[in-house]
Design a protein around this ligand. Structure first.
Ligand SMILES: [Zn+2]
Length: 269
């Protein structure tokens, strides 16, 4: 089960990292990958959950018929699609439309300051049934902040998201994937599990649509892919091909939840 060579994502996660942080990130990524493997082996038959999809009997609109595919049939398990840094004026609505057209849900890790700037866009993410996570208020390098400043970054974002959507996030993603035990504990204190990723689309680094699609093609059951709601056209354009690629491999977009010990796992939506 070799990791592809074309996608050095796991080796290059954060560009702007001091060495120590990068080492932590790599360790954390390995943890995510291990958890993914565990999640997969611990759930022998993700497809065995139920028979018919609830949508089978409802008159879902054409756009919600999952592009002709039934996500309820997931013989090979679930993966987490994640979009960081939004809401964004030029990409949020387009991403929501693309995901909806494929009947797919994703997790949006919200940049608090952007939510305050574009509250209607955050409301539309919530209204579309997407899952919403906390990505700090100003997107700082958290390990460089004092404990109280880091706490404020995360807590302010919780209250911003609560105020705008009425929902309290249970998932947290540190900017640049930079974290440490204290940051993880702070997130836990605020009721959130920390979520990193197993695949980096590198859309933040100018990846093309085809490169993003190829990165998603390396996702395995339980895996999580990092993408951005950051105004990138290539990321929006990649959605239909990512979804058809998953369907072809018997994988489905799933929901990220906190598993045992706060380790994220990807489950049925
Ligand atoms: Zn970010």
């Amino acid at each position: 089960m070799r990791r592809t060579r074309r996608h050095p994502a796991r080796r290059h996660v954060p560009l702007r990292h001091p060495r120590g942080a990068r080492r932590q990130v790599r360790a954390a990524l390995v943890a995510v990958a291990a958890a993914a493997t565990l999640a997969f082996t611990a759930a022998p038959s993700p497809a065995a959950s139920t028979g018919a999809s609830p949508d089978d009997s409802t008159g879902a609109s054409a756009g919600e018929q999952r592009g002709g595919r039934a996500w309820a049939n997931c013989p090979n398990g679930y993966v987490g699609l994640t979009y960081d840094d939004g809401p964004h004026q030029t990409s949020t609505t387009a991403l929501l439309n693309a995901l909806r057209a494929g009947g797919a849900k994703a997790t949006f890790f919200i940049w608090g300051q952007h939510a305050d700037q574009y509250p209607d866009l955050l409301r539309s993410v919530h209204a579309a049934g997407m899952w919403i996570g906390n990505h700090t208020y100003t997107h700082p390098h958290l390990p460089q902040l004092s404990e109280s400043a880091a706490y404020q970054e995360i807590a302010n974002t919780q209250s911003t998201i609560q105020r705008i959507t009425g929902q309290t996030p249970t998932l947290f993603r540190p900017p640049y994937g930079e974290t440490n035990a204290q940051i993880k504990a702070t997130a836990a204190r605020l009721g959130m599990a920390e979520v990193l990723w197993s695949v980096d689309s590198r859309d933040w680094n100018g990846a093309t649509t085809q490169q993003i699609v190829a990165a998603a093609a390396t996702l395995r059951a339980g895996g999580i892919i990092l993408m951005h709601d950051g105004g990138y056209r290539a990321t929006v354009d990649a959605v239909p091909q990512i979804l058809s690629g998953l369907a072809a491999r018997g994988l489905c977009p799933g929901r990220i939840v906190a598993g045992a010990g706060g380790t994220p796992v990807v489950t049925a939506p």
